[in-house]
Design a protein around this ligand. Structure first.
Ligand code: C2E
Ligand code: MG
Ligand code: MG
Ligand code: MG
Length: 274
C-alpha cells in the first residue's frame, strides 16, 4: 500500500516537473518576442527615509505583460533571462526607460530623485559593462547621481577582484551601488568590507520574521554593521507598523515596502514626488 502511495507521488511530481518545463519553454519563446514588441515596462517603488518619511529615491522594477502569457513575474523570467543571455537586453531596456524618465523630469524642471536599477551579476563578467552604462547616461545627459545600481548578493559567483574593480570604476563615474537581498546569499563579511558599496539592503525575509527576537537581533546587528562601515542601511519589504517602529528604533535609515507604497506606474510616481 505504501508503495502505491509513493508511486502516485512520483507521478505527481513528474507531472509538476513537466508543467514547469513547459512553462519555462513558453516563457523563453515569448521573451524574445516581448523584448522586441515593447511588452516590458518599469514600475517604481519609493525608498523612504524612516525618520522623516521623505522620499529619497525609487527602485525600478521590471514588469512583463505578455500578450500570450499575461503578466509574468520577474521571479520567473529574470532567472531564465540570465541563463540565456537575454538579461542584458532586459537590463538595458530598464536602464533606458529610467534615463528617459529622468530626462523628461529634468527637461520640464520637475523635481526628481535618484532611481536604482537592479542589475544581474552576469554583467560583472562583461568587460564593456561600465563603459556601456557610462555612455548611456551621457547620451541622455542625466547627472550620474540620479542613477544607482543594485546587485544581488549572489555575487559570490564573480571573481572578487574583478567585482572590486568594476565597483570602484562605477564609483569614480559617480554611480553608487547597493548590495541587494543582503543576508540570504553567501558573501563573507570580509568581502563586504572591501567592496565599495554605498548601501546594504536587508532582505525581505529577515524583516518579515522580525517578530522573532532572534531575527530582531540579527536585523539590529546588520543595521549597526552598515553604520560601522559607513554604509546606508535599507530595510526591504516593510509591511506592518510594528516592523516600521522597530526599524526606526534601531536607527535603520531607509525603508521600502507595502507599508509605505507598492511599486507605482510612472504616472503615479510622478504625482507622489510632486
Ligand atoms: P528585489 O530587487 O529584491 O526587489 C524587491 C521585490 O520585493 C520586488 O519584487 C518588489 O515588488 C517586492 N516587494 C517590495 N515591497 C514588498 C512588500 O512589502 N511585501 C512583499 N511581499 N513584496 C515586496 P519583484 O518586482 O517581483 O522583483 C523580484 C526580483 O526580480 C527583484 O528583487 C530583483 O532581484 C529582480 N528584478 C526585478 N526587476 C529587475 C530588472 O529590471 N533587472 C534585473 N536584473 N532584476 C530585476
Ligand atoms: Mg532590488
Ligand atoms: Mg532586494
Ligand atoms: Mg529581496
Amino acid at each position: 500500500k505504501a508503495r502505491q502511495v509513493s508511486g502516485t507521488n512520483v507521478a505527481f511530481f513528474e507531472e509538476q516537473n513537466d508543467m514547469k518545463l513547459q512553462l519555462e519553454m513558453d516563457v523563453l519563446n515569448q521573451l524574445t518576442y516581448g523584448l522586441q514588441n515593447k511588452e516590458f515596462y518599469i514600475v517604481l517603488q519609493p525608498k523612504i527615509n524612516i525618520k522623516t518619511l521623505e522620499i529619497e529615491g525609487f527602485e525600478a522594477l521590471c514588469r512583463w505583460n505578455s500578450h500570450i502569457l499575461g503578466p509574468v513575474s520577474p521571479a520567473t523570467f529574470i532567472p531564465l533571462a540570465e541563463q540565456t543571455g537575454k538579461i542584458k537586453k532586459v537590463d538595458e531596456l530598464v536602464m533606458r526607460q529610467v534615463l528617459r524618465w529622468q530626462r523628461t523630469r529634468l527637461d520640464s524642471n520637475e523635481k526628481t530623485v535618484p532611481i536604482a536599477i537592479n542589475i544581474s551579476p552576469v554583467h560583472f563578467y562583461d568587460e564593456r559593462f561600465v563603459q556601456q552604462i557610462v555612455s548611456l547616461i551621457k547620451r541622455y545627459k542625466v547627472p550620474p547621481y540620479l542613477v544607482k545600481l543594485e546587485v544581488t548578493e549572489s555575487m559570490e559567483l564573480v571573481d572578487f577582484s574583478k567585482a572590486k574593480d568594476i565597483l570602484s570604476e562605477l564609483r569614480q563615474h559617480g554611480i553608487e551601488c547597493s548590495i541587494d537581498d543582503f543576508g540570504v546569499g553567501f558573501s563573507s563579511l570580509s568581502y563586504l568590507q572591501q567592496l565599495p558599496f554605498r548601501e546594504i539592503k536587508i532582505d525581505r525575509s529577515f524583516i518579515n520574521a522580525m517578530d522573532n527576537p532572534g531575527m530582531h537581533a540579527v536585523v539590529h546587528t546588520i543595521v549597526q554593521l552598515a553604520s560601522n562601515l559607513q554604509m546606508n542601511a535599507v530595510a526591504e519589504g516593510i509591511e506592518t507598523p510594528e516592523q516600521f517602529e522597530s526599524l526606526k528604533q534601531m536607527g535603520c535609515h531607509t525603508g521600502q515596502g507595502y507599508y509605505f507604497h507598492k511599486p507605482l506606474v510612472l504616472e503615479d510616481a510622478a504625482k507622489l514626488i510632486h
